[in-house]
Design a protein around this ligand. Sequence first.
Ligand SMILES: Nc1ncnc2c1ncn2[C@@H]1O[C@H](COP(=O)(O)OP(=O)(O)O)[C@@H](O)[C@H]1O
Ligand code: SF4
Ligand SMILES: [Mg+2]
Length: 317
Amino acid sequence: MSEAAAIEVRGLRREFRVRQGMFAAPRHVVAVDDVSFSVPAGSVLGVVGESGCGKSTLARLILGLLEPTAGEVLVDGRRLGGMDRRARARLIQPVFQDPFASLNPKRRIRDIVAMPLIAQGAIGREEIGRRVAEALDRVGLSQDQGARFPAQLSGGQRQRVAIARALVLRPRIVVCDEPTSALDVSVQAQILNLLAELRRELGLTYLFISHNLAVVEHIASEVAVMYLGRIVERGESARLFAAPRHPYTRALLASVLTPEPGLGVPDVGLGDTMPDPANIPPGCRFHPRCPVAVPRCAAETPRPATDEAGLVECHLA
Ligand SMILES: Nc1ncnc2c1ncn2[C@@H]1O[C@H](COP(=O)(O)OP(=O)(O)O)[C@@H](O)[C@H]1O
Ligand code: SF4
Ligand SMILES: [Mg+2]
């Protein structure tokens, strides 16, 4: 291998045991099931799939906020497992869906943005002030806005604060987990454009998560489609949109061609049987909802097949 990938995950798996009542048997959830991929430096991997398919679990594993049950994560060629927290923070940062939940309401914007710098220790006050001002400027917030509190800003401005905080340590990699999903449709495009611009200017690598395929179309160089914890298709963005190979990708794509794709969770047109990660169907896990399933699909698990167009996990592809 020449240059190390910005992110590499190998055989990543994460299980949860959930007890819903004192007498209920614990449910065993496999949220991420043997996922492997790599993201070259400077590119954007879009990860899409319905709610509950494991996207946020994958994000938290890559950010080191969750321990894998199996497999490993390498960031910039280094194992995440043994990495010091402060070194990790300088390398990889998150932007989450709900900026209100992730911003301390009692602190001023400039103090919120300064937190990662303060957590590093040994950075002088002047330097902190200078870098906070630079980060606010980058995301299009004024110094005046820096003196306000989160409640005094709009949703879009709060997400700009979260982005400034993610960038203040000048990381190389940003994990964006549904960064525009909590925003009004009109504001979503502004934040998407800002993220795209920052990536170009700063040479960042993104893992960009959305439940909506339309959101990742313009920002992602490559797209991975998740279903019940597995990546069922992956490929270069233009190819995946022009010629989807997995029936689930085709359903997702059809759903975003409906009149108002920016609103809420897209209707994937696959009926009411919502997938349950505590109860994964045998054979192909998509078979109960697959419009083109054949008898073999219920009996035999498809293996991932890789070629120059990417990866697909389907008997018929
Ligand atoms: N901390 C947790 N404890 C128990 N179950 C969890 C936890 N985090 C996620 N899960 C379960 O894992 C599955 C995937 O969740 P998540 O990664 O949040 O999916 P997504 O982000 O795609 O909506 C869901 O069934 C969810 O309930
Ligand atoms: S393996 Fe069968 S059920 Fe699964 S996606 Fe392909 S056709 Fe559908
Ligand atoms: Mg999520």
